[in-house]
Structure formats: structure tokens, C-alpha cells
Design a protein. Structure first.
Length: 314
């Protein structure tokens, strides 16, 4: 595996008129990282990925790929990067092998064994002569991933590769990416709005908000930093919160958009809490302990979500 930093951005800024798509981004991806890139629509994720691919030029700042930062060397390094940004461009009247043959000509790849290799890597070896017009969305995404793998990349840049897929398609793509990272040593930058799935896959997370990278954290740090919360569901969340405040002097109470009450486990005694609710005649529809949750972490980080009293920002 490479010892060289896979990707680095220093002071990266992209400005359109008076608006900033990216502002002073400093970011590093190391060998072996599966870097989950998280942010709302318009936060700057795709802009950064297009800069990596040379499709957009930064206003200021610089990047390096595989240790190469000079313009001519950067373009050379891009030949070792695979991209799947937005929907893959496929010829609908061609089958998988014919589409890949076309891209081999475009990329100057003469090793015909690569087509069989990448089809096997994305579990499309058995599709036969079926045209891509007859593929499911999941199959098209996997073929797009196969195209990104043709040049045997050391680094994959994937923009929303699982959004729109059904659950089985999501699992298939996750297994493929895990295999690429664990068995072939491919580093990956991946964005997705499906944060629960990203949490299962990524080893590191970067949070971008309004063009600024506001936090980077490893998967291990996420697990360590997340509070365990007591989660309670009742027919009347507001009334339940008021009772807990009056009877137990609780202040750190969070109500989610779904109406679930969340309380830091360390702030109360569960037995005492249950006793108070039952004594006050509160019907409890459900109670459980939360696990570390990437979505909660992200919403707390950017100050989102519907709350009465929010937990302190991490």
C-alpha cells in the first residue's frame, strides 16, 4: 500500500461571482481511508470532487494527488484515480462488455483482461448480452463503478453512488467498496445522504457546511464521542418533557423531529425516571438506549433538528 498521502487540499477556494462554493478547505485523505463526505445539497461536495477530477478549477489554494501537486504531474496522477460523479454515461444499446470496451479505447487501456476483472469486481460477470437500457438502477451504478475501476485506480471518487438504490442494491455496492478497500488497498472518497449506510462503510468522516469543512473525525472517534441516550416515545412529548423538568430538574432534553424524547444516560437514573412517568400516568410507547448515530452527530454539529432544549454542541 502507498505511504504517500492520497489527497490533500490546502486553502482550497472556489468562488462564483460573489458566492463561494468552497471556502479555505484544508483536507487530507490517507492510504486506506474510506472518507465519508457529508453535507447538505449545495454544500460544496460535488464541486470539490470535480476539482479533483480537473473538471473545475479552483479560484485559490491547491491540491495534491498521490503526492503530486504541480499542474503537469497532477494531470498524470489523475490517471490513477477512478471517478463516478453523478450518473454514469452509458450507451443504452450496448451491453456491459461493449460499454467497457468503448471506455478502454477512450482511456488507452490495451489489457483486455481488465474488462473481465472489473465486471467480476462489481458482480456483473453474469449479465451476458443484455443491453444497459434493460438494467436496473443498481446495475447501472455498478457498471459505472466498473468504468471507474478500468484504470486500476489507487483512489476512487464517488459522488452519491448509492442514492436511489433499493436496500439490496445498497448492500451490494457497500460490499463491493469494502472489498476494494480491504482486499485491493483502494482509498475512497464517497458522498451520500444515506448517513446510516455511510456509517457502516467509512473509516473517516468530513463534514462540509456552506462551503466550509467544519469537522473531520475518524469512525473510532465518532463512537467515543457520541453520548448514549435514553430514547422515550410517548403520545404527548411536550407534556412528558415538562413533567421531567418539574419532577427531576432535567434540562438536557432533546426532542427529535419524529417526537422522540432523548436524554443523556449519565444525567439520570433510569429507574427513577420510569417511576416518575408511571406515577404521573404517562403512557410509554417505547423506550431504548441509542447507539452512536452519524445523523444525530451531523445535525448537532450544524445546529439542525427540532428541539426544545438542545444538547451542547460537540
Amino acid at each position: 500500500m502507498l505511504n504517500t498521502t492520497i489527497f490533500e487540499a490546502k486553502g482550497l477556494t472556489k468562488q462564483y461571482g460573489s458566492s463561494f462554493a468552497l471556502q479555505d478547505i484544508n483536507m487530507t485523505i490517507q492510504p486506506g481511508d474510506i472518507y465519508g463526505f457529508i453535507g447538505e445539497n449545495g454544500a460544496g461536495k460535488t464541486t470539490l470532487m470535480k476539482i479533483i477530477g480537473g473538471l473545475v478549477h479552483p479560484t485559490s489554494g491547491k491540491i495534491s494527488l498521490l503526492g503530486k501537486g504541480e499542474k503537469n504531474k497532477l494531470n498524470c496522477a489523475r490517471r490513477q484515480v477512478g471517478f463516478l460523479i453523478e450518473m454514469p454515461a452509458l450507451y443504452p444499446n450496448l451491453n456491459a462488455e461493449e460499454n467497457l470496451t468503448f471506455y478502454c479505447r477512450i482511456y488507452g487501456i490495451e489489457d483486455k483482461n481488465r474488462i473481465a476483472d472489473v465486471l467480476q469486481a462489481v458482480s456483473l460477470s453474469d449479465v451476458g448480452k443484455k443491453n444497459t437500457s434493460d438494467y436496473s438502477l443498481g446495475m447501472r451504478q455498478r457498471l459505472g463503478l466498473a468504468i471507474a475501476l478500468l484504470n486500476n485506480p489507487k483512489f476512487l471518487v464517488l459522488d452519491e453512488p448509492i442514492n436511489g438504490l433499493d436496500p439490496s442494491g445498497i448492500v451490494e455496492v457497500r460490499k463491493i467498496l469494502e472489498n476494494l478497500a480491504n482486499e485491493r488497498g483502494v482509498s475512497i472518497l464517497i458522498s451520500s445522504h444515506i448517513l446510516s449506510e455511510l456509517q457502516l462503510l467509512a473509516t473517516k468522516f468530513g463534514f462540509i457546511h456552506k462551503g466550509r469543512l467544519i469537522k473531520e473525525i475518524s469512525a473510532d472517534e465518532l463512537l467515543e464521542s457520541a453520548e448514549t441516550r435514553i430514547c422515550i416515545r410517548t403520545p404527548d412529548s411536550a407534556a412528558t418533557v415538562q413533567i421531567l423538568k418539574n419532577e427531576l430538574n432535567m434540562e438536557l432534553i432533546h426532542i427529535t423531529e419524529a417526537g422522540e424524547i432523548q436524554i443523556p444516560k449519565e444525567s439520570t437514573n433510569l429507574e427513577k425516571l420510569m417511576t416518575v412517568l408511571l406515577k404521573q400516568g404517562i403512557e410509554i410507547e417505547g423506550i431504548n438506549l441509542s447507539t452512536p448515530n452519524l445523523e444525530n452527530y451531523y445535525m448537532d454539529l450544524i445546529g439542525g433538528g427540532a428541539t426544545n432544549d438542545k444538547f451542547p454542541k460537540r
